[in-house]
Design a protein around this ligand. Structure first.
Ligand SMILES: [Zn+2]
Length: 194
């Protein structure tokens, strides 16, 4: 009901959402992260497969457009990469997904407001607590820039994979501190671990 992680038939919330509150309201992930979807996402991330992106974003739009309307979203913001990482990889996969997503939905795309100011170790190297600590204070919002966009009240964050949710959570808190009212997210994949 909150993070959209798969749960068993009689569960309403996943283990994570049942015991902790999040910085975001709720979100939608299109697929479970498994060996098949891992390969598709890696194609975007490391080989910049544009046909793959087109297909996935169309599918994501198709499945989440009703939610986006329900959430009354007026801005799409990608989870940012640190500039060092951006230089290494040459592009931000969340940015490519987010830009296509916003264009297809006709919503304002904003990629120059939320920044990753700390270079962090990959999240996959840590357990849940480690992931939270690793990201603390890692994001910053340019408030003046945000204000220049006018009514960016309800934001949807876009990322490729949601694992523990720490990244989306930290980004949400940074955006809310800067005055954004509600933060939602959409992701291509979500892990079933915690
Ligand atoms: Zn959950």
């Amino acid at each position: 009901m909150i993070c959209s992680k798969p749960v068993s038939k009689d569960e309403v919330y996943c283990r994570d959402c049942a015991r902790t509150s999040h910085g975001y309201e709720c979100g939608y992930a299109m697929w479970s992260y498994n060996r098949i979807t891992e390969g598709i996402v890696a194609d975007i991330k490391y080989r910049r497969s544009l046909s793959g992106i087109e297909f996935m974003v169309s599918e994501l739009v198709y499945r989440s457009a009703d939610l986006i309307r329900l959430w009354n979203v007026n801005a799409v913001v990608p989870v940012p990469l640190h500039r060092k990482k951006l230089k290494q990889r040459g592009f931000n996969q969340a940015g490519i997904i987010g830009e296509h997503y916003a264009a297809k939905l006709g919503i304002c795309y904003i990629d120059d407001v939320l920044y990753r100011i700390r270079y962090t170790m990959p999240q996959k190297l840590f357990d849940d607590t480690g992931r939270k600590n690793n990201l603390q204070g890692a994001f910053r919002v340019d408030e003046e820039k945000l204000a220049s966009y006018g009514k960016a009240e309800n934001v949807v964050l876009v990322d490729d994979i949601y694992t523990s949710g720490s990244t989306i959570n930290e980004c949400s808190m940074a955006l809310k501190e800067a005055g954004v009212k509600k933060v939602y997210f959409v992701c291509l994949c979500i892990g079933d671990g915690y």
